[in-house]
Design a binder for this molecule. Structure first.
Ligand SMILES: [Zn+2]
Ligand SMILES: [Zn+2]
Length: 233
């Protein structure tokens, strides 16, 4: 029953998983690890797995039922029309290969429209981008589009395989980073949440090279220090 709950919920917080596990199996929170292992045993034959990732700004853990197939974007098929899948694939590529890990919203909508059938209006393209953001695949913040937390959890193997030179890993927690700051001295990166954890004790210094990170460049959506300006529509 808990496996069924996960399959219908698809993408949920750790608190929601705890609550469901407690309600359905009566397991206490400290048994979550064992519960997840047994669920992964049940999901394995269907090329599915329960995986988690840290929300990079807040540090909250989120879980998702992920496809372990070679092309997890195609496996998303059911809820989305092919054009939406094509838009997601294309926008993820644009964001991940962008130096700053974000593209302007107008640019994203224009690119989305170009991936859709010819008669698609700008309004429909906007709705597709918004739906992908609402479902966690992308994030839209202050007119910038970035990689959503759900994509970090579900599509990480795909992204790492397709864009190996573009994937950043936080040097503190070792999870994929699609936003944060870059050390000017050694180019290692930190999530916003991980930087905050380190900074609370003292002035922030890079865990890798020990240099102060006072004027570090940030990356990901909603970056005030961003130099590149948005091209008008
Ligand atoms: Zn981190
Ligand atoms: Zn460094």
């Amino acid at each position: 029953m808990l496996v069924q709950w996960c399959l219908s919920a698809q993408y949920f917080s750790e608190a929601e998983l705890h609550a469901a596990a407690e309600r359905i199996t009566g397991d206490a929170a400290d048994e979550l690890q064992a519960t997840v292992e047994s669920m992964n045993g049940a999901l394995g034959p269907f090329a599915l797995a329960l995986r988690s990732g840290m929300e990079q700004t807040t540090g909250d853990r989120r879980w998702a039922v992920v496809s372990t197939s070679a092309d997890p974007i195609s496996a998303l098929g059911t809820p989305y029309p092919p054009a939406t899948i094509a838009v997601l694939r294309h926008l993820l590529e644009l964001v991940v290969t962008d130096d700053g890990y974000a593209i302007g919203l107008h640019h994203a909508v224009r690119e989305a429209a170009a991936k859709c059938p010819a008669a698609t209006t700008r309004r429909v393209a906007e709705d597709i981008v918004q739906r992908l953001a609402d479902d966690g695949w992308l994030t839209v913040e202050s007119q910038w589009v970035g990689v959503g937390q759900r994509a970090c959890i579900e599509l990480q193997p795909y992204l790492a395989d397709a864009y190996p030179d573009c994937i950043k890993t936080c040097c503190l927690c070792k999870e994929m980073a699609t936003r944060g700051i870059v050390c000017a001295a050694c180019a290692e990166v930190l999530h916003p949440h991980c930087a905050e954890r380190l900074e609370s004790a003292a002035a922030l210094s890079c865990p890798a090279c020990r240099q102060r990170m006072a004027n570090s460049e940030s990356f990901g959506p909603h970056r005030p220090s961003r130099q590149k300006s948005e091209t008008p529509l």
